[in-house]
Design a protein around this ligand. Structure first.
Ligand SMILES: Nc1nc2c(ncn2[C@@H]2O[C@H](COP(=O)(O)OP(=O)(O)OP(=O)(O)O)[C@@H](O)[C@H]2O)c(=O)[nH]1
Length: 532
């Protein structure tokens, strides 16, 4: 505010002093003459009154300054007020007119109106007026909010944080409409930017949480067996399911660290166990291979298993391989283990000795079987069959191998006899035995059971294989006809096959096979029926 040239005591606020002077005149019910005003004015200002001035009529020269003294002061006050912006200037002009017209009542009325004038309205240049107490507080609060609160909340975005601080500083200085309008627009822009960023941040947080949940689900998928770890994972999932705060995140991190530590321990332990099992199995297979060198394709299979074990990377795979190995091993196991050391040490000697023994045995067997043969067909007779039966049952029991028999009966043999004669019938029986011997294995034995009925003994044979052998024999008979007087005679037979039950004797077994053979007869002949 520019200051006029006037006494020191007046420098404080002549308008206020003038206003107070008129208030006191009114209170004391004193007429507002210049003299009365002057006395009270100097009383309020606390200075000695000057000697009475010689008044000069302001009407004589309207633009001329009045003489110094109260009128001059009233004149000066009016002029200064007229220089003020807004409605103050109108008050100034009215006071000026009153001074010039020496209309002291009018001057007093105008001053009273000035005193009662409401607070300045919007539109007055605030730069020229001091802040009210509330405005000051509000301005301060806004500046602090921007400088400290908003700026520190924006610490992840330095550009916006700096703008918030700059706005805080500008708010303290902005006293004009234009400055406030500019701050308002910058504030609006800042709010818009913050809103944008907070949307992005929320989206990023959601994406991170989704990623985290996905990881947790995968980790828990790896932990089928461990209830402790599953509990930890569930806890972490529960922690992040609700609203997230830093405490919850800390808890989740701690729990997850425990899980990761335990998991790494488990993984380490698991690979150790796998390696140990692998090595154990390799050693086992190597030893088995050494023991079983003479067991032909078993040895090759064992080699294959070693390779499989080397390539296996799951315990479950190793288990499957071990099962297969054990299955293969079971057959040779008992013999292989019994003869293990001797076989390795003196394999060649054993093989030679075995060969000699076999030759000798075969010779002996042939000789003994001569008196046990059926004279017509060359198959075993019943006595021979009984001996072989006894031997094969004992062997099957010892080895735990299956033993099957088949009972064969030629179909319509009576008609053949009747048609071609008995000699032809005999020839047909011999032809049958010849084809049987060519079809069955060397270890199988055929015996004539009586009349046109035969029995075939099939050691180490499953019931399915026995049945297939009989069907194959029927096929062979249709391919190799019995020839009588250059005539092709088709011989067929019906058969019943039976697998010996554990401990079952010869009579029971033959009875079951016989029953099955009769079923084959009754259901059309030239058939094979498996006994119950
Ligand atoms: N040539 C000859 N015939 C025999 C011999 N032993 C038994 N037979 C005959 O074989 C025939 C058996 O006849 P059946 O028991 O009625 O049986 P089938 O005619 O074969 O009739 P199905 O068994 O029902 O097919 C009888 O005629 C016996 O005489 C033998 O050593 N030589």
């Amino acid at each position: 505010m520019s200051k006029p040239n006037q006494p020191a005591a007046m420098e404080q606020n002549p308008a206020d002093i003038a206003r107070e002077a008129f208030r006191r005149l009114a209170l004391r019910r004193i007429s507002p003459t210049p003299e009365a005003y002057r006395d009270i004015y100097y009383e309020i200002a606390g200075i000695a009154p000057p000697p009475p001035p010689a008044l000069q009529a302001p009407t004589a020269a309207p633009e001329a300054r009045p003489d110094p003294g109260p009128e001059l002061m009233l004149y000066q006050f009016a002029n200064r007020l007229a220089d003020q912006p807004g409605d103050l200037s109108e008050f100034g002009r009215r006071l000026n007119r009153a001074v010039k017209g020496r209309d002291w009542d009018g001057y007093a009325r105008t001053l009273a109106q000035l005193a009662e004038r409401p607070a300045p309205k919007k539109g007055i240049d605030l730069a020229e007026l001091p802040d009210g107490e509330q405005t000051k507080q509000l301005r301060d609060m806004l500046a602090r909010t921007l400088t400290f609160a908003v700026a520190s909340l924006l610490n992840t975005n330095p550009v916006l944080a700096m703008e918030a601080e700059a706005l805080g500083a500008a708010t303290k200085e902005a006293h004009s409409d234009a400055a406030l309008a500019e701050i308002g627009s910058r504030l609006k822009q800042l709010c818009y930017q913050i809103e944008l960023r907070s949307g992005d941040q929320g989206e990023q947080q959601e994406l991170l949480l989704r990623l985290f949940r996905l990881l947790l689900e995968n980790v828990s998928g790896l932990l089928d067996d461990d209830s402790w770890l599953r509990g930890q994972i569930d806890m972490v999932q529960e922690l992040i399911s609700g609203p997230i705060d830093s405490r919850k995140l800390e808890d989740a991190t701690r729990s997850l660290k425990d899980v990761i530590y335990k998991q790494s321990q488990l993984k380490h332990g698991l690979s150790d166990v796998k390696l140990t099992v692998k090595n154990m199995m390799m050693t086992f297979i190597d030893r088995l291979g050494q023991v079983a060198t003479s067991t032909g394709d078993f040895h090759e299979k064992i080699g294959g298993y070693s390779e499989k074990i080397r390539n296996a990377d799951k315990i479950s795979e190793l288990n499957e391989i071990l099962d297969d190995v054990l299955k293969e091993t079971r057959i040779v196991q008992s013999e292989a283990l019994k003869a293990r050391d001797n076989m390795v040490m003196a394999r060649q000697e054993v093989q030679d000795a075995e060969a000699r023994i076999h030759a000798l045995e075969a010779k002996l067997q042939h000789m003994s079987e001569l008196v046990r043969e059926d004279q017509l067909t060359g198959s075993l007779n019943r006595r021979g069959l009984d001996d072989v039966f006894e031997r094969e049952m004992a062997r099957a029991d010892r080895r735990g191998t299956p033993l099957c028999i088949a009972v064969l009966d030629l179909d319509d043999f009576k008609r053949l006899n009747d048609t071609y004669g008995h000699i032809a019938g005999d020839g047909a029986l011999k032809h049958l035995v010849k084809i049987v011997k060519e079809t069955i294995r060397s270890m199988d034995v055929v015996a004539r059971f009586g009349g046109e009925e035969f029995l075939i003994l099939l050691p180490e044979t499953t019931i399915e294989a026995a049945s297939q052998t009989m069907t194959r024999l029927q096929r062979e008979l249709t391919r190799h006809f019995f020839m009588h007087d250059n005539e092709k005679v088709l011989i067929t037979f019906s058969a019943g096959v039976a697998l010996r039950r554990p401990g079952e004797d010869q009579t029971e077994l033959v009875k079951r096979a016989d029953k099955a053979m009769y079923q084959a007869k009754q259901t059309g002949k030239n058939r094979v029926v498996i006994a119950d």
